[in-house]
Design a protein. Structure first.
Lengths: 295, 262
């Protein structure tokens, strides 16, 4: 009937998108069978159950003082120690994010195509042509490669690499977060700017604005809410990464969580966890407020 | 920085092709300084293409475009920028920066006449004199009280006035407006076009506006250029145009223009 009335035939419902979903399903099934995962693995033995019970039973009674029978004189009280640890966790995250933002802005710019891919308005000079055809793409490729490399190594692997090469240095801890995060930010920054609606930029060009002016006002300023929003989210991730770096011996909250856990002082573990959760919650509320104002 | 005197435009045998489509074919047109011209014609007749030629947003495939007597194809990038700084454009989709304040959007209109550092300062923290000047322009377009509001909080009609203010802040010699009525409801449409016309007359600006609405064109513009299928169908003073002319413009267009235009 459809052909007779000139209405085109309906497309078959499973096309590329459906094929992608089905492939994901098949891949998941293969992964499970390859790893031999079975629900039975989750049933713990008696010893494991007891530890779990001990641990979770302390969730409602976090420690307010040291659980050890003896602590050296001059040891800070537990709440004090937790606050200091979380303070250092935040400080590491701040230091790392400020560096990551710098990397993100510089490499986000060089990894974007918007600043060189357009054609100029009038006759092009030989130098302009060389910049556009040669220097621009070369910069782009080099910085693209750089941010892929720093990003593909997880911050914990960077921490491990730096630990091996420099020992337990705080700067190494900051760098191990700053490098991959700089890569994430650069990737997102460049994509946001490249995909920003071009209208405002075209209006600036039509009013005679120069290339840098058009780029800054028409693309970067226009993308600021998105850039800020992503940076805030990354800062929250940096707080968690900074906490986990403590497991390597850096003096963030993770160090104390690990020590207390290994000593079976579960009440202390919960104290530290609650402080960490409180900080993330406060940050979430605060960044949400900023985002609502900006976007 | 004195305002440019009204700019003039001329097309000589200007043809614009997009692939196999001819958007404008061998078009001849002269617009003198201070003239107010409405470009009318059905969708795809080449109105927007013609407007985009005038500030070198588009280059003709053949023929020549002159702005204030200068052949645009001979200008360097810097000279093109200078020429564009003197022509205010009010695009159909406004093209404002939504997350900036109204005053900042208006100031971006003059970036073409500022160095980079100066434009940074004036956009992010406009000087008192700039704010005063912007306020004056916003008063003229009727939204002075919105000067420090975020632009995307404004209604469509108010945003359109921001786009007009941005063009005026350029201190232009000419204003090009592409279908300034499509973004607002019909009652506001007349106000907007009327406002553009009054401002152009007060300041001696050349005004070229593309319009769908023929009645509006005839009521508000001394001269009307009708386009059909990429050519000038007629070019006459508004009071010499009959309803019959308009009817034929669209009738013929319906027969000829079934394909896509620009």
């Amino acid at each position: 009937m459809a052909a007779e009335t000139g209405v085109p035939a309906r497309p078959f419902p499973i096309r590329s998108r459906g094929a992608v979903l089905i492939s994901i399903g098949i891949a998941a099934a293969l992964a499970y069978s390859h790893l031999g995962l079975a629900l039975g693995d989750l049933v713990p033995d008696a010893g494991g159950l007891e530890i779990a019970r001990d641990f979770f039973s302390r969730a409602f009674s976090p420690a307010m003082s040291h659980e050890a029978d003896w602590v050296p004189d001059g040891t800070a009280s537990l709440p004090m120690r937790a606050l200091r640890a979380i303070g250092r966790t935040i400080a590491f995250a701040f230091a790392a994010m400020s560096l990551a933002l710098l990397i993100g802005i510089v490499f986000g710019f060089t990894s974007s195509t918007a600043w060189w891919a357009g054609r100029p308005a009038g006759a092009e000079t030989a130098l302009g042509r060389f910049l556009r055809r040669g220097v621009g793409p070369a910069f782009w490729l080099a910085s693209r490669t750089f941010i892929v490399v720093v990003r593909s190594i997880h911050e914990l692997l960077w921490a491990l690499l730096f630990l091996v090469s420099f020992g337990l240095s705080d700067l190494a801890a900051v760098l191990s977060i700053a490098l991959p995060y700089g890569g994430y930010l650069a990737k997102i920054f460049s994509e946001v700017v490249d995909e920003a609606p071009r209208g405002a930029a075209q209006a600036l060009t039509a009013a005679g604005a120069s290339g840098p002016q058009t780029f800054l006002f028409g693309l970067v300023v226009r993308s600021l809410p998105d850039l800020l929003s992503y940076s805030l989210y990354r800062f929250e991730c940096a707080l968690r990464s900074s906490a986990v770096l403590g497991f390597f011996g850096y003096s963030t909250v993770g160090l104390f969580i690990r020590q207390s856990f290994l000593s079976s002082y579960y009440g202390e573990v919960w104290t530290y966890l609650y402080v960490l959760i409180a900080v993330i919650l406060v940050f979430d509320v605060w960044s949400g407020a900023i985002r609502r104002r900006m976007v | 920085m004195s305002p440019d005197p009204g700019a003039s435009f001329e097309l000589r045998r200007a043809t614009v092709r997009f692939g196999a489509t001819v958007a404008l074919s061998a078009c001849d047109l002269r617009i003198d300084a201070g003239e107010r011209v409405a470009l009318v014609g059905p969708s795809g007749s080449g109105k927007s293409t013609l407007l985009y030629l005038l500030n070198a947003t588009l280059r003709p495939s053949e023929g020549t475009v002159f702005a204030s007597g200068r052949d645009l194809s001979t200008l360097s990038s810097g000279e093109i920028r200078k020429m564009r700084a003197g022509i205010g454009a009010v695009p159909q989709d406004l093209r404002l920066i939504p997350n900036l304040r109204v005053v900042q959007n208006v100031v971006t209109g003059r970036t073409g006449r500022m160095g980079f550092l100066r434009s940074l300062r004036e956009v992010f923290h406009p000087s008192k004199e700039t704010v005063r000047e912007v306020y004056g322009i916003l008063e003229r377009v009727g939204i002075a009280e919105k000067i420090f509001e975020r632009t995307d909080r404004l209604s469509g009609g108010q945003q359109q006035r921001v786009a007009i203010a941005r063009a005026l802040f350029q201190r232009p010699g000419a204003i090009l407006a592409d279908e300034p009525v499509s973004a607002v409801d019909p009652t506001r449409a007349r106000d907007t076009v009327e406002l553009l016309g009054e401002i152009a007359r007060e300041r001696g600006l050349t005004l070229v506006v593309s319009l769908h609405n023929l009645e509006l064109a005839r009521a508000l513009f001394p001269r009307i250029v009708a386009l059909r299928a990429g050519s000038v169908a007629f070019d006459r003073p508004a009071d010499e145009i009959s309803d019959e002319d308009f009817r034929r413009l669209y009738e013929l267009a319906d027969h000829e223009m079934l394909g896509d235009g620009c």
